[in-house]
Design a protein around this ligand. Structure first.
Ligand code: NAD
Ligand code: ZN
Length: 375
């Protein structure tokens, strides 16, 4: 009896000492093929008045596409087309915010981001900066945003990043590539219309889809894993395997990948990503390689850390005849490798999640450089 009481007491004490994260979720979501048509109804009650516009930030892929005709423009609402050729930058956010402030006397009613992770992140950042002083780079980090952002709606047109659910917006700043991680980053409303992804080219579909697959593998194999993350991660992984390795009818496959992205994003919200992401950040910082393909370039060489995941990945690459560039790091100097290694090792939480508290003894700079040299 005595032992049992002691045990119980210990458990309660440890619970009291643990501080669990209280993170926000997207409060409203519409899902379904063609649901984009409901955007007008969703926005109507959120309009402050006829002078307070909605600003639509849209991937410029759609500039001459029929989707533009379906945007519920009213009064002085504005559409701004943005290229997703490069990943979003802090100065780009500042420029859009300045343009909006100079064009309109009233604060807008809201920001709507339509596109892939690039546009979804840009729209989140613009919504934050419209309600907070200073520059985007001031808020790169954790919980530096003090005032709620402007009402913002996210509408993904490609599936995988989980940016539609996450509490971060990843920006390339003058000094670092780092997210604005805050409770005010998360979207107020998301519209998930799988039909918007019909036009995604095959390789891009694969690379962005693999971002989701790698989120699952890194979350499920991490030391930070808990039942919350696991429940979302397992579902997302199951959906990725259906989409990329089984013969699911195409429309159903678009539905499933969109939900995989959502669940994958939820899984890492309460855990963390791992080695592929840390190393991909280095590639993006030094060479401008985009997130999805950068993850794939790294992940193919991580079999010693994620044996089952990497095996599945190779099967997926083969099934879809995906060509991964080779020799990407072939001509780099030692100085370049030092930058790659420093940026990657700077992502401490990712390494701790992947390899445990002792990660610095496991992943030395030399070992990390050897992996980069294979890419
Ligand atoms: P993306 O937004 O960079 O777009 C990739 C390409 O696909 C672009 O050429 C774009 O024009 C095109 N595209 C998008 N939708 C299309 C469509 N329906 N039809 C045809 N072409 C289309 O791609 P992504 O992989 O979704 O996003 C990558 C970005 O997401 C990176 O900047 C990365 O840092 C960010 N990211 C953010 C989070 C987060 O939680 N905030 C998570 C992961 C990645
Ligand atoms: Zn990712």
């Amino acid at each position: 009896m005595k032992t049992e009481n002691n045990l119980k007491k210990k458990e309660i004490t440890s619970n009291q000492n643990t501080s669990y994260r209280n993170f926000p979720m997207v409060p409203r979501v519409v899902f379904g093929q063609g649901s984009f048509n409901q955007l007008g109804d969703v926005l109507l009650p959120k309009r402050h008045n006829s002078e307070a516009p909605f600003i639509f930030l849209i991937d410029d892929f759609f500039e001459d596409k029929e989707l533009v005709g379906r945007i519920p423009i009213m009064f002085n609402d504005e559409i701004i087309f943005v290229s997703a050729e490069e990943e979003p930058k802090t100065e780009q956010v500042d420029a859009i915010v300045q343009r909006i402030r100079e064009t309109f006397e009233e604060s807008p009613s809201g920001i709507i981001g339509i596109g892939g992770g690039t546009l979804l992140d840009l729209a989140k950042a613009v919504a934050i900066l419209l309600n907070n002083k200073g520059k985007a780079q001031d808020y790169q980090g954790w919980d530096l945003v003090s005032k709620p952002s402007l009402y913002h709606v996210g509408i993904p047109t490609i599936s995988g990043t989980g940016a539609e659910v996450s509490r971060t917006t990843v920006l390339l700043g003058p000094e670092k590539k780092l997210g604005i991680n805050s409770d005010f980053t998360t979207y107020d409303q998301v519209i998930l219309d799988p039909d918007l992804t019909i036009t995604v080219p095959k390789e891009q579909w694969f690379f962005t889809g693999m971002d989701c697959f790698i989120h699952c593998i890194e979350s499920l194999n991490g030391t930070y894993l808990n039942a919350f993350s696991q429940s979302y991660g397992e579902k997302a992984l199951e959906l990725c395997i259906e989409v990329f390795l089984e013969d699911v009818p195409i429309a159903e496959s678009r539905d499933k990948l969109m939900m995989a992205s959502w669940h994958g994003g939820m899984s890492i919200a309460y855990s963390q990503v791992g080695i592929a992401h840390a190393m991909s950040y280095g590639l993006s910082y030094l060479l401008g390689i985009k997130h999805g393909i950068g993850n794939c370039l790294v992940f193919q060489h991580l079999e010693e850390f994620y044996p089952e995941g990497v095996q599945l990945f190779h099967r997926m690459v083969k099934k879809h005849s995906i060509h991964l560039p080779q020799g990407v790091c072939a001509n780099l100097t030692q100085n370049d490798f030092d930058i790659l290694v420093n940026v990657a090792l700077g992502m401490e939480a990712l390494w701790e999640n992947a390899l445990g508290k002792d990660w610095k003894n496991i992943m030395t700079p030399e070992r990390l450089q050897e992996i980069y040299q294979k890419i």
